[in-house]
Write a protein that binds this ligand. Structure first.
Ligand code: ARG
Length: 276
């Protein structure tokens, strides 16, 4: 008797929970006010009160702690990727909605279909190509090394040298993370959720260097005293947009838009606006 009572209580609670979470799903747009954002100077852009994504919207996943590609200005996500994405959305006749998430979650979100595409200064890699499809590349990146001004590390070779035990800070799930884990061993690599946290760890002395993309590196070094970027390249990369594996319809549309936006100079103009 007692057991069945408990059981029905549990069932009742479970049903309530299901009802509540259904309600939430329908209202999704409302509680994403702070992290659903978009570029400002375009008519294709959603305001921060964007409702649940519909046929008129196209949802981009990013990690908005990566200046000048994506970063917050107030509550709005701006940057090279945000602006190029807005132009692509315009070509597709859609309103762009940007969803900010951990970098490491972007390809999963794309494959689960909770977003339409990922754009986050994301490098085309062999590993990622197994998971998602990439558009043609719209920009290049370079993995660089940030150190303290008085660091004994002066070139990338110092990291490889026999017996070196320098700790490398990286953003979790980025190429800086996977490449340096492969090259120097996972025990020398410390992963942070954002690049900024990795740089703060460097400034605070918990790691000896940070490996990260060159443009955000410049922004981080500018914002934190006593740091410098080594004049040495760790890796050259191509950035592209990712879509769910097999979504050739969207991929073709995105690629066609990239061709047009390259030919008419829009992409160059956007990049030049952010990278002097
Ligand atoms: N290019 C690197 C990669 O693809 C880092 C990208 C990080 N992007 C970001 N929005 N946090 O792994």
């Amino acid at each position: 008797m007692k057991f069945t009572k408990i059981l029905s209580l549990v069932l009742a609670i479970m049903m309530l929970f299901v009802l509540v979470s259904c309600g939430n799903t329908n209202d999704e747009g409302k509680d994403t006010d702070t992290d659903t954002s978009a570029v400002s100077d375009s008519d294709t852009v959603a305001d921060t009160d964007a409702e649940t994504p519909s046929d008129d919207t196209i949802v981009m996943a990013t990690n908005a702690y990566f200046p000048p590609y994506e970063y917050y200005e107030g509550e709005t996500i701006i940057g090279i990727d945000a602006e190029i994405a807005a132009e692509i959305a315009k070509k597709l006749g859609k309103t762009l909605v940007i969803e900010d998430m951990e970098f490491n979650s972007i390809t999963t979100a794309v494959n689960e279909g909770s977003v339409d595409f990922g754009m986050a200064g994301m490098t085309i890699t062999e590993d990622r190509l197994l998971e998602v499809d990439f558009s043609s590349s719209y920009a290049n990146g370079v993995q660089v090394i940030i150190v303290k001004e008085d660091s004994p590390i002066t070139t990338v070779d110092d990291l490889y040298s026999e017996g070196a035990s320098y700790k490398v800070g990286v953003q979790l799930g980025t190429t800086g993370d996977t490449y340096s884990s492969d090259d120097f061993g996972a025990d020398r690599v410390v992963q942070y959720v954002t690049g900024n946290e990795a740089v703060l760890a460097l400034a605070g002395g918990s790691v000896d260097c940070v490996i990260i993309d060159n443009e955000p590196a410049k922004a981080y070094v500018e914002a934190n005293e006593g740091l410098k970027i080594l004049d040495t390249t760790y890796a050259d990369e191509d950035y592209a947009i990712c879509v769910k594996k097999g979504n050739t319809e969207l991929l073709d549309q995105i690629n066609a838009a990239i061709v047009e936006l390259t030919e008419d100079g829009t992409i160059d103009a956007i990049i030049d606006k952010y990278i002097k």
